[in-house]
Each structure stands twice: as structure tokens, then as C-alpha cells.
Design a binder for this molecule. Structure first.
Ligand SMILES: [Zn+2]
Length: 219
């Protein structure tokens, strides 16, 4: 086996660029488990286009796990310094090894994805990965956790698990102290630039409509 060293993450000293955190054009989807004892290191925003993409991929194979990379931006808010990521695109993995209940990104798949990532998204960051758990629920297995720690070690890199049968999903995000709970998932912010209707259909998350109504009260 040839040894190929690819770096999936930027150097440690890299800092997020400054931007405006787009709360006012996003709909918050909250998981039931969320509370003030679990504070994620980053807030996750998703474009509607990216959401539709990874859901379509998730529903394309209901017998095997499928997955890929999440591509977008890692930023810090200009005023508060709060860190956030915006998932803007997906890179579905093609060379994956299917086990009974697990998915392995083979070395080939990582090399192929990295080449594709550099070519198609030279100015974007690798913000995480996604995979499905058909009929299994939303959690990170021991292997998933190992994979996340080794291939997606940056504090802002997240793991998304989608369960296509029950239409559920959730994000595993490191907390501010660096720990990751494999059973505690978070919701996200659905980004909506054009005032479209929501495209989110996951049954385990609830929309938080206060944000929009506050906006509506202050024309
Ligand atoms: Zn898994």
C-alpha cells in the first residue's frame, strides 16, 4: 500500500475570517436535546441548496450507508466573535466500503474527494462530513467518532447523521471545551436569502419562529 499524506485541515494557527453572522435571514431548527449545558463551538448554517443535495443523496440508497463531505465557509462574527460555519455544497463519496452498519471512507475515496474539493472549491473550507444511518437512529458510533477525530479534527468541523427512513437528522458539534458527545446532536440554521418556504422536513427538529416574528414586528 502506498502511503499518501493528505492534509484535510488547515494549519492549527489559522483563524476564521470576519463576517456578519446571518441570524436575520435564517430559520433556527432546534433539537429536543439542546440546552444551555451543551454549547457548540460553532453555529451551523445551511443553504437550502445544500440541504436538498444531501437529503437527495441520503434517500438514494435505503439499504446501505452513504456519505460525503460538507463544503462551505468557516467565519467569526465581526461584532461578537461568535464562530459559525455555512454549509454551501456537498461532495458525495463514490469509493466507499459498506459494512453491515457502517460506512468507511476508503483511502481512495479520501484522495478522490480531496482532489475534487481543491478543483471545484478552491476558496472554500472543508467544514465537515455527512453519512446516513438507515433504520438506526441519530448517533455517532465508535467508528464514526474515531473517523471524526482523525479526519475532521478542527473545532469547527462537524458530523451530520441522516436517517432517511424516519426523515430525521442531526449535527454532532464539538463543545467549546473540545469534547464531543456521540449521542447529543444539535439542530441548525436554515439559510434563506430569497424568502422561499422552508425545505426542511426532519421530524425530530422544531422551527423557532420568534426570529422571524421579531423581524416582522419591526419593519
Ligand atoms: Zn455511522
Amino acid at each position: 500500500m502506498t502511503e499518501s499524506k493528505i492534509s484535510l485541515a488547515p494549519p492549527d494557527d489559522l483563524k476564521p475570517r470576519k463576517a456578519h453572522i446571518p441570524f436575520e435571514r435564517a430559520l433556527r431548527w432546534r433539537a429536543r436535546l439542546e440546552d444551555e449545558n451543551h454549547l457548540p463551538a460553532v453555529s451551523v448554517f445551511i443553504s437550502q441548496r445544500a440541504f436538498v443535495r444531501f437529503c437527495a443523496h441520503a434517500g438514494s440508497d435505503l439499504d446501505n450507508e452513504v456519505g460525503g463531505w460538507l463544503v462551505g465557509k468557516w467565519r467569526a462574527d465581526k461584532e461578537t466573535g461568535e464562530q459559525f460555519i455555512i454549509v454551501e455544497a456537498t461532495l458525495p463519496a463514490r469509493h466507499i466500503r459498506h459494512g453491515g452498519t457502517f460506512l468507511t471512507f476508503t483511502q481512495d475515496s479520501q484522495v478522490t474527494l480531496y482532489a475534487e474539493f481543491q478543483e471545484r472549491f478552491p476558496n472554500k473550507e472543508l467544514v465537515g462530513w455527512y453519512h446516513t444511518h438507515p433504520r438506526m437512529g441519530i448517533f455517532l458510533s465508535e467508528y464514526d467518532t474515531w473517523l471524526h477525530r482523525n479526519f475532521f479534527p478542527e473545532p469547527y468541523q462537524v458530523a451530520l447523521v441522516i436517517e432517511p427512513f424516519s426523515s430525521t437528522g442531526g449535527f454532532f458539534i464539538r463543545q467549546r471545551d473540545g469534547t464531543l458527545n456521540p449521542h447529543h446532536y444539535f439542530g441548525f440554521y436554515e439559510l434563506n436569502n430569497r424568502g422561499n418556504r422552508s425545505v426542511v422536513h426532519w421530524r425530530n427538529l422544531s422551527p423557532e419562529t420568534e426570529i422571524l416574528s421579531v423581524q416582522g414586528d419591526n419593519p
